[in-house]
Write a protein that binds this ligand. Sequence first.
Ligand SMILES: [Zn+2]
Length: 374
Amino acid sequence: MTEYGSPQPPSRDLCATMLVHRQLLNESMTYRSRRAAIENRALQYERGRRASLRTEVVTLPVVVHVVYNPKTPELNIGDAQIHSQIEVLNKDFRATNSDVGNVPAVWKPLVADIKVEFQLATLDPNGEPTDGIIRVPTDQLSFSWDNGVKASATGGSDPWPSDQYLNMWVCQLGGSLLGYAQFPGGPPQTDGVVILHSAFGTTGTAAAPFDGGRTATHEIGHWLDLYHIWGDDDGACTSDDKVADTPNQADSNTGVPTFPRITCDNGPHGDMFMNYMDYTDDAAMFMFTQGQATRMNACLEGTRASLLVGQVMRMPAPAAATSPAAAVAAVPAQQQPAHNGEVERLLHDSERLTNEILTDIRSALGLVTGDTGK
Ligand SMILES: [Zn+2]
C-alpha cells in the first residue's frame, strides 16, 4: 500500500490514526507539505545532524473532554478514571512503569525515558481556574474516526487551543475502535487524541484487556509523530516505522505474544511486540525506544514547540499567591527570575524553530534552491 493510496479499512481497526493520516494526505496539499517538512526534521534528528536541545522534563497541559450520552450515564466517567489515566502516562513516558522490567534483556538498553509528563490543565484558555475536565452531553450514541467528537456542531466538544493544550476526547466509539490520533502537521481544530471510554485509565469503565491505560500512551505516541512499529504495510516487510532501533516487523501483533516472534527475517529476536506502538494487550506492551524518543523530541522541539513555552507560562503559582489572577501575574513577576529566564529562552527557541520549520516547508515545496539539506 502506498502512502497516498485511498483510505482502506485496516484488518483490525483498533487504532484509526493511519486512516486519518491517509485521508489528510489525499485531501490536503498543506498537510502533505507539512508532513514532508516534519519528516525531514525527524530524519535530521535520527541521523544526528541535529541534536535535541532539551535536557529537562517537560509537563504538557491536558484537557479531557468527556462526551457522553445521558441515556448511558456510565459514559460520563468519573474523575478517578481520568486521574488514573494521567498516572499511567506519567509512568510510561518516564519509563517508570512497573512492568518495564519485562523488556527482554536484548532490548533493555533501548528503553527510553521520554522526559515528558502530563498534567490536567489548571488554567483554561481565558486564564480562569479549571480542573482540566470538560463534560459534554450528546445525542450521539457513538462516534467514529471522522472527528465528529471534536466539534460541538457534530455533537462533540470543541478543542481548546491545540498549540497550548493536549486535547483528549473520551467517548463511545463504534466497532472495535480503541482510539485515534492526529499526527503533527494536521488542522489545529482537530488536533489531539480520541480514546474509547472503556480503554481509558485503569478504573471505572476501563475493561480488560485494555484497562492498563496504554491506548492513550499509544495514541499520544502518534500525536508526537510515532508510526506503528510494523510500518503499516500489511505484512509486506517493505515499510517500517522510520525509527532505526525498532526491528522491521511484518504486521501488528495482538493479545500476549510469546518472545521471540520472528517475521520479516528479523531473527533471532524478532518483533518488538512489547512496544507501545504495536497492538498487543495493555499488559503486554511496556516500552518506547531511544530512537522513538529522538523522533518525539524532533516533534516537541519543532511542530509542537509552542507547548514547551506554554507549560512554563502555566507553571503553578508560588505559595504566596492567593488567587488565580495573582497566580497568572506571579509567573513572570520578579520573584520568579528563573521562570523569566526560562520563558525567554523558550520563546527564543520557539521563534528560531518556527523559522526553521518555515524554511523546511519552503524547501519541501521547492521554493528554496540554496542552503537546503542541513
Ligand atoms: Zn495506532
